[in-house]
Ligand binder design. Structure first.
Ligand code: PEP
Length: 217
């Protein structure tokens, strides 16, 4: 199974978001070998999941983040249970959240716990082999900070080696690569033995480019 995941980050107004789904959704043929997931801003999760249902598309939905807390007095936070109403996945521990929102290993560990309690599958981002991976995680994304949003990806060979090392210490996990993946370089990453998919930021914003990457998978 290969996972191809779109992380839109803080981009798109709602009309652009639904337009993307209307373009991408019908082009995804039912395929047991590839799981395609879109992670829009949480504000759009309901609309996006409705649009996917209306289209009868195979596209899966996830959030980019969840609260480390359960329901309660946590102003501005969306809990895992809230996300679970509209999707089955959540990105956890992205380096942009670690850097800009001071998320520590402890906080991201709590988020994994909340996700699993709610029945969400965490897509757990690690920056290298040293990042601790909480128990219960089954999808890991190797995302070296130097490669995220820079236009300079890791080499497919090095990414493969890191993914292999993670799989060897976490045999229950599949490991994806993320960082400046484009329609031009995606094939090389997908050809690597230990890379089980891609987490894509910038190149996922454009529906045509994203569909090309899914087709390679
Ligand atoms: C990301 O932020 O998860 C990512 C991989 O971004 P980009 O593809 O833009 O480097």
């Amino acid at each position: 199974m290969k996972y191809i995941i779109a992380n839109w980050k803080s981009n798109k107004v709602l009309s652009d978001a639904t337009d993307w789904v209307e373009k991408v959704g019908p082009q995804l043929t039912k395929n047991e070998e590839v799981t395609t997931i879109v992670c829009p801003p949480s504000l759009y999760l309901e609309e996006i999941s409705k649009a996917v249902q209306v289209l009868g598309s195979d596209l899966k939905v996830g959030s980019q983040n969840i609260s480390a807390f359960p329901f309660g007095s946590y102003t501005g936070e969306e809990t895992a249970e809230m996300v679970k109403q509209f999707g089955d996945y959540s990105i956890v521990g992205h380096s942009e959240r670690r850097k800009n929102f001071a998320e520590t290993d402890e906080i991201v560990g709590d988020k994994v716990t909340r996700a699993l309690e709610a029945g969400l599958i965490p897509i757990f981002c690690v920056q290298d082999e040293q990042t601790p991976i909480p128990e219960g995680v089954t999808i890991v994304a190797y995302e070296p900070v130097f490669a995220i949003g820079t236009g300079t990806p890791d080499t497919p060979q090095n990414a493969n080696e890191v993914c292999m090392n993670i799989v060897s210490t976490h045999p229950d996990c599949v490991v994806l690569y993320g960082g400046s993946v484009t329609a031009e370089n995606a094939k090389q990453f997908l050809a690597q033995e230990y890379i089980s998919g891609l987490l894509i930021g910038k190149a996922s914003l454009d529906p045509e480019e994203f569909v090309k990457i899914v087709e390679f998978a």
